[in-house]
Design a protein around this ligand. Sequence first.
Ligand code: NAP
Length: 365
Amino acid sequence: MQTTTQQNQLVDHTIQSKMGLSDKEQPDLSALHSETMRAIVHRSYGSAEVLRCETISIPTPGKKQVLIEVHSAALDRGTWHLMTGRPYLIRLLGFGLVKPKQPVPGFDVAGKVLAVGSEVTRFVPGDEVYGIANGSFAEYAAADENKLVTKPSDLSFDSAAAVTVSGITALEALTDVGKIQSGQHVLVIGASGGVGTYAVQLAKAMGAEVTGVASAAKADLVYSLGADHVIDYRTKYLDEMNRRYDLIIDIGGRNSISCLRGVLKQRGTLVLTGGEDGNRVTGGIGRQLRAVLMSPFVKQNLKMFVSGEKQSMMVRLSEFIQSGAVIPSIGQRFSLDEVPTAMRWLETGNAKGKILIVVKPSAKK
Ligand SMILES: NC(=O)c1ccc[n+]([C@@H]2O[C@H](COP(=O)([O-])OP(=O)(O)OC[C@H]3O[C@@H](n4cnc5c(N)ncnc54)[C@H](OP(=O)(O)O)[C@@H]3O)[C@@H](O)[C@H]2O)c1
């Protein structure tokens, strides 16, 4: 009969063989005190009820991955889409046809590197990092080294966890896609949300005059981010506007493309970044695709994009944060067990700033 140690060695060996890792390439996991961790798991699509806190195996990082001890994570709309499986198009895009392929949700992460894969060159155990780890709602998460940057020592784990998914989307929308220029008039629709709070601050830092569109209840937040003007989307603002914009970043809008084109300058650029309208199959993506198909036939630039999660963007964003030009806007904090409650809070639309999941509370907030 095998002893427990022999059984564990057998399990370890099986994991290594599956990953194609020889004993020599296997990361040193001796810093771990256990082989299991607490994590949020969803084994089917649905509402927040599908999220359970379970004890599961700690992931083994691949050759180009690091294992992170998660201090903080953050919630975003994308994680909600992958929980519900809606719009259905995302299931066809490889996230799992009938159930989520990745059972542990969460992307934004900040924590400490515990172990590194054999081909990792940028990090060593003990480094404090932040970025994107697929499965960050857990005590430990494996992340590609090129989806992480070094956490500045004066940035807390909580603030760092609130940065990446939303921040790089805003930066890419404004720069690579929107080609923002200093002095331009920029309209940010959805200015009070995860992506919008970064878009307003970044556009201001790049010298634009910024108008933010949000609910009246969050106007103060948008002004505090530096917006020059704030408009309540519940008014008929697009019909009543006299101003024309050089650049519109539409993150939360449900407006038709023709309405948006009406407030865009003749050679202006519309960047459709998000939006929760549309049918169950294509959701907000339907409107984005229509805009791209129309663009070659009009003088205005109508664009959509999906964040490339580029490391170069993470580095640029980190520079804005270190300079103090951009400050992560943090709303409510929840513990790992409370992720279902956090998800319901996101669904209410009342959240102000990023929703944090504090996995390992630390003295540095
Ligand atoms: N392209 C990409 O790669 C990418 C990346 C990340 C996210 N996204 C998408 O971007 C969208 C926003 O993400 P998020 O994390 O910023 O979401 P969020 O935090 O929920 O923010 C949504 C924003 O939309 C505003 N809003 C709601 N209804 C509106 C309406 N009728 N008209 C105008 N604004 C309205 C909200 O204002 P109030 O809160 O004041 O009501 C809020 O500012 C989602 O659709 C998400 O899937 C795309």
